[in-house]
Design a protein around this ligand. Structure first.
Ligand SMILES: NC(=O)c1ccc[n+]([C@@H]2O[C@H](COP(=O)([O-])OP(=O)(O)OC[C@H]3O[C@@H](n4cnc5c(N)ncnc54)[C@H](O)[C@@H]3O)[C@@H](O)[C@H]2O)c1
Length: 82
């Protein structure tokens, strides 16, 4: 199964992207720091918690999950978590 890394995958748009990727036969790996996202929203593949500014953590997640099919970038700080 081809793997896709989804940054912001625990957010609103990212979690829907993961659902659609799974339905299309991909394995979505969420990379998210949970600043506004929710771990419970990660339902369609593995979760790697981390910040995109943390290069070492990003390298770990890439090495572990090998997202060969690509990356979808949906991280943002658009909204505040209540
Ligand atoms: N929500 C909408 O209706 C909508 C519509 C069109 C476009 N968009 C765009 O889609 C993108 C995502 O929007 P959303 O509504 O899903 O927002 P959201 O806040 O629900 O999701 C953003 C995710 O990014 C994560 N994140 C933020 N900074 C991060 C970092 N440094 N490292 C790792 N993860 C980080 C957050 O924890 C969160 O899970 C934005 O660019 C937004 O402008 C949203």
């Amino acid at each position: 199964m081809k793997t896709v890394l989804v940054t912001g995958g625990a957010g609103y748009i990212g979690s829907h992207a993961c659902k659609a990727l799974k339905a299309a036969g991909y394995r979505p790996v969420t990379f998210d720091n949970l600043v506004t996202g929710w771990k419970d929203a990660v339902k369609f593949g593995p979760f790697g918690q981390g910040d995109l500014q943390d290069r070492a953590r990003l390298d770990e997640v890439f090495a572990k999950h090998k997202p060969v099919a690509g990356c979808i970038l949906l991280h943002s700080v658009r909204s505040a978590k209540p």
